[in-house]
Design a protein around this ligand. Structure first.
Ligand code: PLP
Length: 415
């Protein structure tokens, strides 16, 4: 009688309905996945009851002998999963999620108003890499640091490394950030390393989207070139919702990254670690070293592009991403509207982002992804028909009004 369905039928029903939704839809959001039953068991365990501020062996609370063992195991597995030498690389597994992990790195190595360069959000970057608009400093990263985003070459869709180099030479950032939320290609780490070295900047990779692919060595290895690598743990890595920071043990630009990063996490920006998440992460990182995981990641890439996602530019069809997202949602195909390079306004993204990790977890291969592409195509055609039917009506004026209101803005960024 202590079961959730008895104690709180309301919440229990919501969870049931969400489970049904996840089960019956085609889940194509590039940042989502289905974690395993074993990970969920650890996340739903008694580990959530324990306070353990500090690091293994150095806690501010008693009773942490098992938590110390767990966190140490998780750290070891993290380094092993990414093929790192424990003498050269360290890891902090306590970040609560990807955005806090990034801000913890900035807090560790930068002073307020130091300069940073990350990929611009409308070109595929993440909010936490310094996003701002001409009118507003949107992300905390752009409020506390001076941000000058780099961008893609719109003719190729690839990062414009020449422009990054030129801008970095003038702007002289203290930190250059590789990594993205909506970039279907790999990063040129050797080139970015060269640029960072030339201007005396740290080089960080936020591999949140592709960390599973990195662990399985099916994309380039950021650890060969970067000083710091951050990640979420719930996307292609297929773990619980959380974050990690991996850092070089040798000092970089005179900074001891290990102590600076550990102190930025706690006591800098966080309190007690979420031990239930660390438990789930340890389970995920064990799996990440298995042959099945490598086969899964190979399939993720085979099902799509150079990595786990594609961006579809809808503008040649005079459509925008929001309309297509809506129509596909009605058919239980879940993906998200996304800006594409060259969009006139971030308010009306001209494309959609489609990812392969979640449906690959459910056993889909190239054959099923061809069906998915056909379904999406049908949805796009249907959206055109709906748009034509609505054209010239009062509804269209109203939709224009909604699309132009500032209120709708926060809805339009990728995660
Ligand atoms: N970094 C990248 C590249 C992301 O795509 C995301 C989120 O999707 C994050 C960081 C932030 O992660 P979180 O949503 O866990 O804060």
């Amino acid at each position: 009688d202590q079961e959730l369905s008895n104690v709180d039928p309301e919440v229990s029903e919501i969870i049931y309905n969400e489970k049904q939704r996840q089960f019956r839809s085609l889940e194509l959001i590039a940042s989502e996945n289905f974690t395993s039953r074993a990970v969920m068991e650890a996340v739903g365990s008694c580990l959530t009851n324990k306070y353990s501020e500090g690091l293994p062996g150095k806690r501010y609370y008693g009773g942490n002998e098992h938590i110390d063992e767990l966190e140490t195991l998780c750290q070891k597995r993290a380094l092993a999963a990414f093929h790192l030498d424990e003498n050269k690389w360290g890891v902090n597994v306590q970040p609560l999620s990807g955005s806090p992990a990034n801000f913890e790195v900035y807090t560790a190595i930068l002073k307020p108003h130091d300069r940073i360069m990350g990929l611009d959000l409308p070109h595929g970057g993440h909010l936490s890499h310094g996003f701002m608009t001409p009118k507003r400093r949107v992300s905390g990263t752009s409020i506390y640091f001076e941000s000058m985003p780099y961008r893609l070459d719109e003719s190729t869709g690839l990062v414009d490394y020449d422009m990054l180099e030129k801008t970095a030479t003038l702007f002289r950032p203290k930190l250059i950030i590789a990594g993205a939320s909506a970039y279907p290609r790999d990063f040129d780490y050797p080139r970015m390393r060269k640029i960072a070295d030339a201007v005396g900047a740290f080089l960080m990779m936020d591999m949140a989207h592709i960390s599973g692919l990195v662990a399985a060595s099916v994309v380039g290895n950021p650890f060969e070139y970067c000083d710091i690598v951050t990640t979420t743990t719930h996307k292609s890595l297929r773990g619980p919702r959380g974050g990690m920071i991996l850092f070089k043990k040798d000092p970089v630009l005179g900074v001891e990254l290990e102590s600076a990063i550990n102190n930025a996490v706690f006591p800098g920006l966080q309190g007690g670690p979420h031990n239930h998440t660390i438990g789930g992460l340890a389970v995920c990182l064990k799996h990440a070293q298995s042959p099945e995981f490598k086969a899964y990641q190979n399939q993720v890439v085979s099902n799509w592009s150079d990595n786990h996602l594609v961006l579809v530019d809808l503008r040649p069809l005079s459509l925008d991403g929001a309309r297509v997202e809506k129509i596909l949602d009605l058919a239980s195909i879940t993906l998200n509207k996304n800006s594409v390079p060259g969009d006139k306004s971030a308010l009306v993204p001209g494309g959609i982002r489609i990812g392969s990790p979640a449906m690959t977890t459910r056993g889909f291969t190239e054959k099923e992804f061809i069906y998915i592409a056909d379904f999406i195509h049908e949805g796009v055609q249907l959206t055109r028909e709906v748009k034509q039917a609505v054209s010239g009506s009062k509804l269209q004026d109203f939709m224009k009004f909604v699309a132009s209101s500032d209120f709708s803005f926060t809805d339009k960024v990728s995660d």
